[in-house]
Design a protein around this ligand. Sequence first.
Ligand code: FES
Length: 113
Amino acid sequence: MSEATLKTAILRIRRGLLNEVARYHDYNVPYEEGMSVLDALRWIRANRDSTLAIRYSCINANACKTCMALVNGEVEYTCIARLTPDIIIVEPLPKRPLIRDLVTDTVPDDEKL
Ligand code: FES
C-alpha cells in the first residue's frame, strides 16, 4: 500500500487529572482494518506519547473488563470497539473517580483496603 492510500484515525482524547479543566489532545493514528480503539491507544503510547494513562490487561479477550472508557459518548470496552478512519472521541468513564487521563477508580468502595 502506498503512503498516499494510508488511512488515518484521529483519536481526540481527554487528558488530565480530577478537578482539572478538561483538555483534549488529537493524535493521528495509522488506520488498519480490524484495529480496535485499544490498539490505537497502545500505538499512541508506543509511538507518540508514553505519558498517556490507559488501563488494560487482556488486550482483546474481553475477559479483564478493565479497558472501559467512553468512545464517542458510549461506554465501551476499548479492546472490542472497532476503530474507524474518522475522529474518535475517547474519554474516561463519567461516573467513576478520575485518576488520570482515561484511568478511573473502578474498585467498589467495599473492596478497598
Ligand atoms: S482489555 Fe481486557 S476486556 Fe478489554
